[in-house]
Design a protein around this ligand. Structure first.
Ligand code: DC
Length: 227
């Protein structure tokens, strides 16, 4: 491995996206949002009208995926371009999340994205956000965290996020979708969602993000004394 790596794995809604951004900012390290790569492959497959059974075609698409992560203007989130089109908004939608979950079960797609993800490990370090960062992509990483929260709490958080964006959603439907996605992600044969044997487990159901951040930062100072 060419640089220091911190892996933060867990289901969506556990707070890992926010935690990773806070850590990358605090440490001045790079950030890998691996979920965004699966989302982009799902979107591209749908745009090119590929069948979700056509593993070889989707893997070929993943291997050659034309994406760019552009820094946002000051105070704005970064922009994501797919085949030259700004897809930053669409990337985060529930529809795209479901497409991502479908392509994520395909082993050839996961294989096609492996090296692309490893290439993010550049000096001074990388904070890697995902499901299999600690188990598959960076198994040698010195610090692995598995962040979780109850499905109910994650549905509540997602509900609030979508409501703040002005989207009308039903919390019971969200909970069902989260449970279905958890099941698909944790029961899939390849790289299922599970903590690495040496991961630090944190349940954020009852913790604020600042408490989670402080806990992980203490661990970072212990394991990367120079950071
Ligand atoms: O974290 P997210 O919601 O953006 O992830 C979208 C989907 O991609 C989710 O269903 C799980 C899948 N995924 C994965 O299988 N492996 C990763 N490292 C990241 C995401």
């Amino acid at each position: 491995m060419s640089a220091a790596v911190i892996c933060i794995d867990g289901p969506s809604g556990s707070g890992k996206g926010t935690l990773c951004q806070m850590l990358a900012l605090e440490l001045g390290w790079h950030l890998l949002d691996s979920g965004a790569l699966y989302r982009l492959v799902g979107m591209a497959a749908s745009k090119h009208q590929l069948s979700f059974d056509d593993e070889a075609a989707i893997a070929a698409l993943a291997a050659a995926l034309d994406v760019a992560f552009l820094p946002g203007q000051q105070g704005e989130p970064s922009r994501v371009m797919l085949e030259g089109v700004d897809v930053s908004g669409e990337l985060r939608s529930e529809t795209t999340g479901n497409l991502a979950s479908k392509v994520a079960v395909l082993p050839a797609v996961r294989e096609a994205l492996l090296q692309r993800q490893r290439d993010f490990a550049q000096a001074p370090g990388l904070v890697a956000d995902g499901r299999d960062m600690g188990t598959v992509v960076f198994p040698e990483a010195p610090l692995k965290v598995f962040l979780t929260a109850s499905a109910e709490e994650r549905a509540r958080r997602r509900f609030k996020q979508l409501k703040d964006k002005g989207e009308s959603v039903n919390i019971a439907t969200l909970l069902e979708e989260i449970q279905a996605r958890d099941k698909r992600d944790s029961e899939r044969e390849h790289a299922p969602l599970k903590p690495a044997d040496d991961a630090l487990l944190i349940d954020s159901s009852e913790l604020g993000i600042e408490q989670v951040f402080a806990r992980v930062l203490a661990e970072v100072s212990a394991r990367f004394p120079a950071s």
